[in-house]
Design a protein around this ligand. Sequence first.
Ligand SMILES: [Zn+2]
Length: 236
Amino acid sequence: MDIERYRRQIAIPGFGIEAQKKLSRARVVILGLGGLGSAVSIYLTVAGVGHLKVVDRDKIEKNNLNRQILYTEEDLGKWKAEVAEKRLKEMNSDIEVEGLREEINEDNIRELIRDADAVVDCLDNFETRFLVNRAVVELNKPFFHGACRAFYGQVMTIIPRVTPCLRCIFPESIPKDRSIIGVTAGLIGLIEATEVIKYLTGTGECLYGKILIYDATRMSFDIIEVDRNPDCEVCG
Ligand SMILES: [Zn+2]
């Protein structure tokens, strides 16, 4: 581990070299490499999370560039997972990065997250989120949920069977809304990444049983306490 690289975060009172070692040993899976995934993967990379697995099935399109800051104009038409792996390795040679060009589905999700210490939701639709939610509850993996549209977003951190899962809160799918400005995705992604760092290092309190609701039009951050649903079809 390259101590000099992390000197300024090691200097945080209560963080120190021990927290840095925890980050260095951690395996984190980032599902989706769009606007959320760009922010989450870049900041977990520079923070020194030791093993990152980044997963996306898509190629880079021009309409991605307003928010997906992993990519440049020269990357148009290339696979996100491949470009992301290369770029993240360039940012930090002190960690391992594995880019996987895969569609996340019932057949592969358990294998993708089997060795993960944390699973980060950077997806763009609730159907896939629910599929992942079921798998993280089954395999008992901490799950960091984030979603955004336009100028709005939400974040929640899930410890299976301890805190509410996604299905406890959202019995129905939320329709996909493809309108988004980059700053919203960046900010929600960074709150997710902060939650991951806090969880892995045991710093502070995570959004357990709390959903953070962000509205940039009012610049408001509201935290709503939520309970597990005893009749939840996934974790009840
Ligand atoms: Zn549940």
